[in-house]
Design a protein around this ligand. Structure first.
Ligand code: FNR
Length: 379
């Protein structure tokens, strides 16, 4: 049956199915700096831990007898008028050249195999036009730069290259306090080839006095001077401005409060991503899953609410959808698949999560898109 048969295929899996086992393999495959960068979070990493722990506080309520349940288990969802085969997307993750040599191109291939859209980071190691060639469906994630001319250039490039939506990340006006990176002195985002998406931008390049040395290191101050670091004053005004540059749906990622969700909906956003950036920004913050019901209630049906932070399995996706998420972004799990086996590793992770989701939905007597509050209870 569908993804499940494809996931098992009668052969032994070439990679583990459990997130923790895959993470351990990735740790062996990666240098300590890059591994610490991916695995690490802000401060004492309590937010990151809470994101995962929160899923254990919600319990699914399977339905065994419901008539018509034999037809349940469909994974398709409609977002912004487009039909997607599954509710999963790959979360935007920057500087992937430190994870695997094929970086974003491998992610695109792995995601294509499952019909999963890729959300491409502004801090990508590959220029977005090259990713657009490789990816069947992709959205563009914008770190809104301090300088609007650069923001406009990114948004116009993404629109021209075929992105299906723009996701403005709002929780990263500066990087969080990340002790693992500090301890290892690992600042991958400052290396010029790590962020080829910036260095391929005409607006960004026009500010450089000379081409960067291969492997050259830019200081934070230089990035700031170039207007490339994220804006410290993002507000709902930005939503009005971005409408002049694109007709694509606009989402804001990094919302964990109902009051801000209402403000954004009133400013006209099409969607929100409830997320705390995987716990990488504010330590001791609310678990993303615990913020989801508050945001869903505040938004109602005025915008699509998506979710990420702490999703580790298909059952987790089902819980987030039952709490009101219309679609779910997967983060670290596919990054570890990428580290261990490139595109095939990404595909393995996505296939396993989707297979478990499909089986779970079927056993719940539900199509994934129909999961709702009646399907979940506090443990
Ligand atoms: C991220 N995330 C992120 N988000 C974003 O909007 N732009 C980016 O460039 C990045 N870069 C990035 C790098 C790494 C190494 C990680 C782990 C995360 C956040 C990401 O999109 C998502 O919100 C989190 O990964 C979700 O948390 P979990 O489920 O991965 O723990």
């Amino acid at each position: 049956d569908g993804v499940y048969a494809d996931a098992t295929n009668g052969d032994l899996p070439h990679l583990p199915y459990h997130h923790e086992a895959l993470r351990d393999l990735a740790e062996k495959a990666m240098e300590p700096g890059p591994f610490g960068y991916v695995e690490g979070s802000a401060g004492r990493e309590r937010t990151a831990d809470a994101n995962v722990a929160a899923f254990a506080r919600y319990a699914l309520r399977p339905r065994s007898l419901r008539p018509g349940a034999e037809n349940a288990g469909d994974l398709g969802v409609t977002l912004f008028g487009e039909r997607y085969p599954t509710p999963l997307l790959t979360a935007p993750v920057g500087v992937l050249e430190q994870v695997h040599g094929e970086a974003e191109l491998a992610v695109a291939r792995g995601a294509n195999a499952l019909g999963v859209p890729m959300v491409l980071s502004t801090a990508a190691s590959t220029p977005m036009e090259e990713v657009a060639e490789a990816a069947d469906t992709w959205w563009y994630q914008l770190y809104w730069p301090g300088d609007d001319a650069l923001a406009e250039s990114f948004v116009r490039r993404a629109t021209a290259a075929g992105a299906k939506a723009i996701v403005v990340t709002a929780d990263t006006k500066r990087l969080g306090w990340r002790p693992r990176d500090l301890a290892l002195g690992h600042l991958p985002f400052l290396r010029s080839q790590g962020m080829a998406n910036y260095f391929s931008d005409p607006e960004f390049r026009s500010r450089l006095k000379a081409d960067p040395e291969p492997g050259g290191v830019f200081t934070e101050a230089v990035f700031h001077f170039l207007g490339a670091f994220a804006s410290r004053s993002l507000s709902t005004d930005n939503i009005a401005r971005i409408r002049d540059w694109t007709d694509l749906p606009v989402l804001v990622k990094g919302v964990v409060r109902g009051d801000e969700a209402i403000e954004l909906v009133e400013a006209g956003v099409d969607g929100l991503v409830v997320s705390n950036h995987g716990g990488r920004q504010v330590d001791n913050a609310v678990a993303a899953l615990d913020a989801l019901p508050e945001v869903v209630e505040a938004v109602g049906d005025r915008a699509a609410v998506l979710f990420d932070s702490g999703v580790r399995s298909g059952a987790d996706v089902a819980v987030a959808m039952a709490l009101g998420a219309r679609a779910v972004l997967l983060g670290r799990p596919w990054v570890y698949g990428l580290a261990v086996d490139g595109a095939a590793g990404v595909e393995h992770v996505l296939r396993a999560v989707l297979a478990e989701l499909q089986i779970t939905a079927e056993l719940m007597g539900r199509d994934a898109a129909d999961l709702d509050r009646d399907d979940v209870t506090r443990r």
